[in-house]
Write a protein that binds this ligand. Structure first.
Ligand code: MV4
Length: 449
């Protein structure tokens, strides 16, 4: 039984979790930095505790402060949201040691997936396809011999990395050692672990991910795919479900592989397996995110499920609320609205002087901002997620364009012109794109105003 949930996060996702907690008849506790004293998650929670100064290290990443906040408020469970401590296995273990229910997967599964080489090995053992690759590269001879076996181009990835950080693509044999050495230095600085491995580099793939959910009663389920190929520098900009690119047979193979993967590792709670989809329909496991994702609402709109409610049920030892495969209903698209310069993408914090969010049938807006709110410079620049739902992709796209015409945000500049440009682009409208779409668009010229 869970009675009081501490939400160890901020922004729209803290609100999202507090809403589900309240609807389930449970109590909520917000934590916040001094920069977030006026934030909506603080107002909407039943209780709130200040856990430190603005820098994340001293507040939202400050484990002793968060645990103390749970103790003084009598919270019995912790929801980490996404980002911050959500994929930190040590934090999950500290929560469990303090008799706090961890609303997430077993720490062992978090640790396994945090080690990208071990994750690949576990997937291979479960019969989930991965690209030809190496294990940890120890010497220059290892680098050269593995590249010769795999064939060029290859991509170096940090064993402790993820989300595209610290990757190096190499097309020429002469560049291998230089890329490996630079990569090792960057990985050491970013993750405290220099180890790199390599994979065959897949050119112009799609990024497709499978949402999964598993309870502690042995039910392993998938909730279909999300198309996440529209990214800029590994930050997703637009996500949708279902994917326009997935043939029904491929969808069956992908979702079956994802379910095999989570049952093989005894996963519980919700999670996401990221795959690359090649133009010939073959797919390869990239990594697993052992948390709720930013883009989870597109899955909620096409399945009718509340993924945070499922997380709480699972953590409380209850079964999933559903037992049969979900057939996606209609089409959902999420637009991430950021406070940033629409040309340079530099963050643009500051006061929101006027605000109107879109609404109407089939429109969901997940946001923590309001007129008068000051976007602090210390955190990410996400202002709102506008998620639209309609019967099919063309209708959902029309709804997305209509929402972008309604939205008013004065004060900080935003990426709305850039979102407009994408949802009106002929190739995007035809569903013909890959992970290189945004980079090619930006190389073409400046966004129209
Ligand atoms: C790759 C790849 C191509 N080949 N691995 C990026 C995020 C991380 N989860 C996996 N990523 C990729 N891994 C191999 N072997 C392409 C990506 C990738 C990507 C690469 C460059 C620019 C944008 C990208 C967007 C999504 C995925």
């Amino acid at each position: 039984m869970i009675r009081k949930v501490l939400v160890a996060n901020r922004g729209e996702i803290a609100l999202r979790v507090i809403r589900a907690v309240r609807e389930m008849g449970l109590q909520s506790v917000a934590v916040h930095s001094t920069a977030d004293a006026d934030a909506l998650h603080v107002k909407f929670a039943d209780q709130a505790v200040c856990i430190g100064p603005p820098p994340s290290r001293q507040s939202y990443l400050n484990v002793p402060s968060i645990i103390a906040a749970a103790e003084v408020t009598g919270a019995d469970a912790i929801h980490p949201g996404y980002g911050f401590l959500s994929e930190n296995a040590e934090f999950a273990e500290v929560c469990l040691k303090c008799n706090l229910t961890w609303i997430g997967p077993p720490p062992s599964a978090m640790r396994l997936m945090g080690d990208k080489i071990r994750a690949r090995e576990a997937m291979n053992a479960a019969g989930v396809p991965t690209l030809p690759g190496s294990v940890g590269l120890a010497t220059e001879a290892d680098v050269l011999s593995n590249a010769d076996r795999i064939g060029l181009p290859v991509i170096f990835k940090a064993t402790a990395g993820g989300g595209g950080r610290g990757m190096k693509i190499v097309h020429e044999r002469e560049r291998l050692l230089d890329a490996w050495n630079t990569g090792r230095n960057e990985a050491q600085a970013a993750f405290g672990n220099p180890e790199m491995y390599m994979e065959r580099y897949c050119q112009k793939p799609r990024h497709i991910e499978i949402q999964v959910a598993a309870d502690t009663h042995g039910h392993y389920m998938h909730l279909g795919e999300r198309e996440c190929s529209i990214q800029r520098r590994h930050q997703k900009v637009i996500e949708e479900a279902p994917s326009a690119a997935l043939a029904p047979e491929t969808r069956k193979l992908l979702t079956a592989a994802a379910v095999r993967a989570i049952s093989a590792i005894g996963y519980t709670n919700v999670g996401t397996l990221e795959f690359l989809l090649d133009s010939d329909g073959s797919f390869y496991f990239m990594e697993m995110n052992t948390r709720l994702q930013v883009e989870h609402p597109v899955t909620e709109l096409v399945t009718g499920l509340d993924l945070v409610r499922e997380q709480l049920r699972i953590a409380a030892g209850e079964p999933l609320s559903f037992s049969s495969e979900r057939v996606p209903n209609g089409h959902a698209i999420e637009l991430r609205v950021n406070a940033e310069d629409p040309e340079t993408f530099a963050p643009w914090p500051g006061r929101i002087t006027a605000l109107h969010m879109p609404g109407g049938l089939g429109v969901r807006v997940d946001t923590h901002v309001y007129a008068g709110y000051v976007v602090p410079p210390n955190y990410d620049s996400l202002l709102a997620k506008v998620i639209v739902h309609d019967v099919d992709r063309p209708s959902a796209l029309r709804r997305a364009r209509r929402c972008l015409d309604e939205i008013v945000i004065e004060g900080p500049r935003t990426n709305i012109p850039f979102l407009r440009r994408i949802v009106s682009h002929p190739e995007f409208v035809r569903g013909e794109f890959d992970t290189g779409f945004v980079a090619r668009l930006l190389a073409e010229g400046k966004p129209a105003r």
